[in-house]
Design a protein around this ligand. Structure first.
Ligand code: WTA
Length: 651
């Protein structure tokens, strides 16, 4: 863990201002009480949160049924996520929210749409009826492969209204990746769009769906939103237009009374093998955790305008663009396009235009903006901001300080939030009115969350020290499994330590008890805050007819956090040249998507391996991060000698 030295020299600390602390949803005193309760009894703490923050049709009989590693939360209770996100803001004391903005959307070309809670409710009911008309029933999986447009949020909420779990596939994934995810989930229906806008141009989605669906016998229907008006093929009997179906549908659809453990969504994420895992989340526990963390960590008020810049294709977008904000009755901003289009100040212009008060983004974006220069945010009035957040990867103290100074005008607390697709909601974070922050530290576990640091033997690291980040107690938003693969679920998360969730991250605790997340310690790379398994990229590379063998590692990168470096042994007949580099990068893009495209490909006539045949990734990581990169790709590197030298300490 190379960065730990410099991190631990970090002495700067920031107290919440008295003004912020005074108005905070959770005061210091309140937080102290919750911490005490959560430490003593996580179930009592979470039951209290579930009662206060979520509306239930039927109360639970038991808070937690824990048969490690399988948890059931709020057993016997009934609720509905779309009811919590919509209906409850239209009735009783909150009925005034009917005309409050639920979603403020801006497309990349500058077109906008504002949906009030009243309007969003109608649209969601309509689409729920469309789903029903297409034969989608409770329990059926629906795949959403869409750009960042309001219809995506509408489709999600419609699925939750009838109890059909959604599986969102990020629009940047290729047709092959989409096909595999559709087949794994056995989705019955796909919602997509003709395309979307990025970097000033329209990209296509429907063509990808056509290619994918040609090999997915489970898919019966495809619903297409018209966004870019580019020509698309509509296959009669299978495909239909969103607007035509919506025009026919009624705005009346009762929310289904669903069991707290009814599957809510699947979200595929990369692991250490080539096959992505369908992470399963369920209804009541997930809703409790995202609603509670959103209210406490983002300190949301009815006057706030909240903007999380994540794409809904990732878990951050699920939990903090859609479910957390809407279930709190907040106004959430959705932006379709690239941060720097048409100019490097697009994001800052959006903050000014919509009066954003709470802003949540990723360190990779912050580092990009640092490089682009302070003059771009300086062109805009960012004084509406009162709170900032960071997620997805460790934030280096210098990026934190820039965020604090240039974007936050030194007045906004920063919440650095650690969590994962698997945890559903935020697990470690400052509470902005109650916790002093330190640049680079996610600070302390949320009340009720039992995070610990263990050494290799499973012994808790007491006080200051580093090791593996684990969660000792179940939490309501936790994954309930990997879709269709309970054995992999146990093996991946619960086999390293007994009855303990292993997160795959390294962490350090300082003398104040603060957590410093050091990043992945397994074969998962974090590229621009997106998880990509080394094995996935390797499988893609070896599926090329030119490749005999490939090994992929991450190399530290100033902007993206990690850059993908591939070591490739070409087949005997193939010439390793620049042309091959281009072809292989293109091949990975086709197999997985542009996010997995290696930034560097190095050819070698043999990969360094241990005597037992394992690729020596540590050695390759060292080579990849080394400054002396061989420019001439036509020379085959030979690591066999080095490998022999190092084999003994890796075996
Ligand atoms: C990393 C994203 C440091 C971590 C919500 C984790 C972080 C992985 C932080 C999960 C943070 C996320 N500080 N590292 N604040 N937040 N990570 O599933 O390595 O896309 O395991 O979920 O991102 O990525 P995922």
């Amino acid at each position: 863990m190379p960065d730990i030295e410099s991190l631990l020299k970090e002495k700067r600390s920031f107290k919440p201002s008295p003004e912020f602390a005074k108005q905070a949803n959770w005061s210091r005193k309140q937080v102290a009480e919750y911490r005490k309760l959560g430490a003593k009894s996580p179930t009592r703490f979470w039951a209290k949160m579930a009662k206060e923050n979520v509306a239930w049709f039927t109360p639970w009989k038991k808070v937690l049924d824990w048969k490690p590693p399988f948890a059931k939360w709020f057993v016997g209770a009934k609720t509905n996520v779309s009811y919590n996100c919509l209906d409850r803001h239209l009735e009783g004391p909150n009925a005034w929210r009917k005309n409050k903005a639920a979603i403020i959307w801006e497309g990349e070309p500058g077109d906008t749409r504002v949906l009030t809670y009243g309007e969003l409710h109608k649209e969601v009911c309509r689409f729920a009826n469309v789903l029903k008309a297409k034969g989608v029933e409770k329990g059926d999986r629906v795949c959403l492969y869409m750009p960042m447009i309001p219809e995506l949020a509408i489709a999600m909420l419609a699925c939750t209204r009838i109890g059909a779990p959604h599986s969102i596939v990020f629009g940047g994934f290729s047709a092959d990746a989409l096909r595999d995810r559709i087949n794994d989930a056995e989705a019955k229906l796909v919602v997509t769009a003709d395309g979307g806008y990025r970097k000033g141009a329209a990209f296509g989605l429907k063509a990808m769906v056509d290619a994918a669906v040609a090999q997915t016998p489970c898919v019966k229907s495809v619903v297409v939103v018209e966004r870019t008006k580019q020509p698309v093929e509509i296959v009669p009997g299978r495909d239909c237009w969103w607007h035509e179906e919506m025009a026919k549908a009624s705005t009346d659809c009762k929310p289904a009374k669903l069991d707290a453990e009814n599957p809510l969504f699947l979200l595929y994420t990369s692991g250490t093998t080539g096959k992505p895992k369908g992470i399963l989340h369920t209804t009541g526990g997930y809703l409790t955790q995202v609603t509670t963390t959103f209210k406490a960590i983002f300190d949301v008020k009815d006057t706030d305008v909240f903007w999380c810049t994540a794409d809904i294709g990732w878990v951050t977008g699920h939990s903090y663009v859609v479910y957390g904000p809407l279930s709190n009755g907040a106004t959430t901003v959705m932006y379709e396009g690239t941060p720097t289009h048409p100019g490097p100040d697009r994001w800052w212009s959006l903050i000014e235009k919509w009066g954003v008060t709470i802003f949540y983004t990723a360190p990779t974006a912050i580092r990009t903006f640092i490089r682009l220069g302070d003059e771009h945010p300086a062109k805009h009035d960012l004084s509406s901001l009162r709170l900032l957040g960071s997620v997805g990867e460790p934030i280096n103290p210098e990026a934190w300080m820039w965020y604090h100074r240039v974007i936050g005008g030194k007045r906004c607390p920063i919440v650095d939030t650690w969590w994962q697709t698997e945890t559903g909601g935020i697990m470690i974070s400052a509470l902005p009115g109650a916790v002093d922050t330190r640049p680079g530290s996610a600070t302390l576990p949320f009340p009720g969350i039992h995070a610990e640091i263990l050494d290799d033997k499973g012994k808790p690291v007491k006080g200051e020290g580093g090791g593996f980040l684990v969660l000792k107690q179940p939490w309501p938003g936790m994954l309930r499994g990997i879709w269709g693969d309970p054995a992999r679920f146990k093996e991946t998360y619960w086999s390293k330590y007994d009855k303990t969730y292993f997160a795959g991250d390294g962490a350090h605790r300082d003398k104040n008890g603060y957590f410093w997340i050091m990043g992945r310690i397994d074969d998962v790379m974090n590229v621009s805050g997106h998880r990509i398994g080394t094995m996935e990229v390797e499988s893609a590379l070896v599926s090329s007819p030119d490749v005999a063998e490939a090994a992929v590692v991450g190399r530290p990168d100033d902007i993206t956090g990690t850059a993908i470096v591939a070591f490739v042994t070409p087949k005997g007949t193939t010439t390793p040249d620049e042309g091959l580099v281009g072809r292989l990068k293109q091949h990975v893009t086709k197999e997985i998507g542009a996010i997995a495209r290696p930034s560097e490909i190095r050819f070698t006539n043999a990969l360094p391996k241990t005597r037992s045949g394992k690729i020596m990734r540590r050695l390759l990581r060292d080579i990849a991060s080394g400054r002396a990169v061989v420019g001439d790709t036509s020379t085959l590197e030979d690591f066999s000698v080095l490998a022999q030298l190092r084999a003994s300490d890796e075996d």
